[in-house]
Ligand binder design. Structure first.
Ligand code: UDP
Length: 484
C-alpha cells in the first residue's frame, strides 16, 4: 500500500444496477482503494449481496472500501418490491420503462449521502445523468463510468451523429460507419432496437439526457487499455472531445483466488472446485469456454442448437447455461450428457469466469461480446468466437474480428433486446464451423499467438509504469488538485 503523504481522497461510486456495470465499477473502487484512497459504493438492498463478499475480502486485505445502502424506489414507479436490477427489466418493455424512471428518483437519497459524507468525487455510471449537476452543487467533480470500450463508444457516437442507418434501403443493406479510423461496415439489423423506434421512449429520453450531460461532466473513466484500441482512444478524445482516462483491464485488480471467486454471484464452492479440477485434467488450450454473460437466457430451441454445434465440433467445452427452470432438461439432445461425459461440462447458473478464462486448459471463448467478457478474454490471451446478441455487442464483435484479428464470428446478424432469446437464428452448423475454425483451422495458430501477445500487453498495462497504471495515477493527481 502507498505511504500517504497527502490527504486521502474519498470517492463515491454509484454503479448502474446490473452485473455488467456493477462488477467493473466495484473493481474500479478497489483500484482506487489499492492506491490508498477511500471508496464508498452506493447501492440498493437487492444488489448489495452480489458483492458484499468481495468487499469483505478487500477490507480484510486492508483496503478502505465500504457499501452505503439506499432504497430502490420500486413502489414509487409501480414496480414490485425486489425488482432492482437489469436482470429483471429485460423481461417486459413496461418493466424497463418503470425501471429507468426509478433511476432518476435515486437522486434525492444520493444527495443526502453527499451532504452527510462530503466526498471528493462522485463516479457514477453513465445512465445517472443527474449526478453531474448534483456533484456540481456540492462543488465536486462527477466522473462518468462508461461500460464499453473506446471503439464501441466511437462507433455508437458516429451512428447517433450521422445516422447512416437512415440512408440505406433495408435492414440488411450494409453501410459504412462514418468518420472512423477504419472502414467498418454494419447493417441496421445489428443496431440496438431503440435507434430504430419512432417517438421517444423512456430509454431514449434517458440516453439523450446522458449525452447532454456528458460534455459537462469532469470526464470519463474507460475500462480499456491504450494499446488495445489506440486509434479509437485518440479519436474519442480528439474527434469527440471527450476527456477520458483508460484504467483497465480493471478485472486484473482481482489477483487472489478468493477475489476471483467472490466476483459476482457465487457458484457453490464444490462446483467451482469440480470445474477447476476438470480443467486441471485437460491439455493446454484444449477446452472451449461458452458463456453469454449475466443477462441472457435462451429458449430450448437455441440451447439445442448450441448443444448440437458443440457436440459436432468434437471439441471439449465448459458451457454456462442460465435458464429460468434448470431442472427440466428437455432442452438437451437425447443422451447428450452421457455422450459428453468427460468431454463437456455444463455449469448451471453462475460461473467463476475469471478463474476459468485464466486457466491454461482454455483454448477459446465463445462469447456474447459483452465488453467485460471481451476484455477478460483479451486479458487471458484467449481467442474468441463471437456471437453478439444486442446493445454494444455488435460493435465489440467488429473490434475483435476485424481490427484485432483474434476472433471468428458465428454469423449472428440481428440484434435482439434483453430477455429470453427465443428464436434459433444461429444454427448448429455455423457454431460447429466457428468452433472448429478457432481450435484447429488454418489460421488457428496465428490467431492464438496474436491473442496471447495481446494478453501480455493487457497485463503489463496495469503494472507500475504501464499505460493504464499511469492514467489512473494522472487521474488521482487531477482529483487531488481539483478546486485548489
Ligand atoms: N460473469 C461471470 N460468470 C457468469 C456470467 C458472467 O463471472 O456466469 C461475469 C463476467 O466475468 C463479466 C460480467 O459477468 O465480468 C458480464 O459482463 P459482460 O459485459 O460481459 O456482459 P453482460 O452481462 O453485461 O451482458
Amino acid at each position: 500500500m502507498e505511504i500517504k503523504t497527502h490527504q486521502q481522497l474519498h470517492i463515491f461510486f454509484l454503479p448502474f444496477m446490473g452485473q455488467g456495470h456493477t462488477l467493473p465499477l466495484i473493481d474500479i473502487a478497489k483500484l482506487f482503494a489499492s492506491r490508498g484512497e477511500k471508496s464508498s459504493i452506493i447501492t440498493t438492498p437487492a444488489n448489495a449481496p452480489l458483492f458484499t463478499k468481495a468487499i469483505q475480502t478487500s477490507r480484510s486485505s486492508g483496503l478502505e472500501i465500504e457499501i452505503l445502502l439506499i432504497k430502490f424506489p420500486s413502489s414509487e414507479v409501480g414496480l414490485p418490491e425486489g425488482i432492482e436490477s437489469s436482470n429483471d427489466w429485460g423481461k417486459t418493455a413496461e418493466i424497463a420503462e418503470k425501471f429507468f424512471k426509478a433511476l432518476t428518483l435515486l437522486k434525492h437519497q444520493v444527495e443526502q449521502l453527499l451532504h452527510q459524507y462530503h466526498p471528493h468525487c462522485l463516479v457514477a455510471s453513465s445512465l445517472f445523468h443527474w449526478s453531474t449537476d448534483l456533484a456540481a452543487k456540492f462543488g465536486i467533480p462527477r466522473l462518468i463510468f462508461q461500460g464499453p470500450g473506446f471503439f464501441s463508444l466511437c462507433a455508437a457516437m458516429s451512428v447517433t451523429l450521422y445516422q447512416p442507418h437512415m440512408k440505406v434501403a433495408s435492414d440488411s443493406e450494409s453501410f459504412i460507419v462514418p468518420n472512423l479510423p477504419h472502414e467498418i461496415k454494419m447493417t441496421r439489423n445489428e443496431l440496438p432496437s431503440f435507434l430504430k423506434q419512432e417517438g421517444e421512449t423512456e430509454l431514449m429520453k434517458l440516453l439523450r439526457e446522458c449525452r447532454e450531460t456528458e460534455k459537462r461532466s469532469y470526464g470519463i473513466i474507460i475500462n480499456s487499455f491504450y494499446e488495445l484500441e489506440p486509434d479509437y482512444a485518440d479519436h474519442y478524445r480528439m474527434a469527440f472531445g471527450r476527456r477520458s482516462w483508460h484504467i483497465g483491464p480493471v478485472s486484473l485488480c482481482n489477483t487472489a483466488e478468493n477475489d476471483k471467486l467472490a466476483r459476482g454471484r457465487e457458484g457453490s464452492v464444490d462446483e467451482v472446485h469440480e470445474c477447476l479440477q476438470w480443467l486441471n485434467s485437460k491439455k493446454p488450450s484444449s477446452v472451449v469456454y461458452v458463456c453469454f454473460g449475466s443477462l441472457n437466457t435462451f429458449s430450448d430451441s437455441v440451447l439445442l442448437e448450441i448443444a448440437l454445434g458443440l457436440e459436432a465440433s468434437q471439441q471439449q467445452f465448459i458451457w454456462v447455461v442460465k435458464k429460468e427452470n434448470n431442472n427440466q432438461e428437455e432442452w438437451l439432445p437425447k443422451g447428450f450428457e452421457q455422450r459428453m461425459d468427460g468431454k463437456g461440462l455444463i455449469i448451471r447458473g453462475w460461473a467463476p469466469q475469471l478463474l476459468i478464462l485464466q486457466h491454461e486448459a482454455v483454448g477459446a471463448f465463445l462469447t456474447h461480446c459483452g465488453w467485460n467478457s471481451i476484455l477478460e478474454g483479451v486479458t487471458a490471451g484467449v481467442p474468441m468466437i463471437t456471437w453478439p446478441l444486442f446493445a454494444d455487442q455488435f460493435y465489440n464483435e467488429k473490434l475483435v474480428t476485424q481490427i484485432l484479428g483474434i476472433g471468428v464470428s458465428v454469423g449472428s446478424q440481428k440484434s435482439e433486446d434483453g430477455g429470453v432469446k427465443s428464436e434459433a437464428r444461429v444454427k448448429w452448423e455455423a457454431i460447429k464451423k466457428a468452433v472448429t475454425e478457432i481450435m484447429e483451422g488454418d489460421k488457428a495458430e496465428e490467431i492464438r499467438s496474436k491473442a496471447a501477445a495481446l494478453g501480455e500487453i493487457a497485463r503489463s498495462a496495469v503494472e507500475e509504469g504501464g499505460s493504464s497504471y499511469s492514467d489512473l495515477t494522472a487521474l488521482i493527481g487531477e482529483l487531488r488538485s481539483f478546486g485548489s
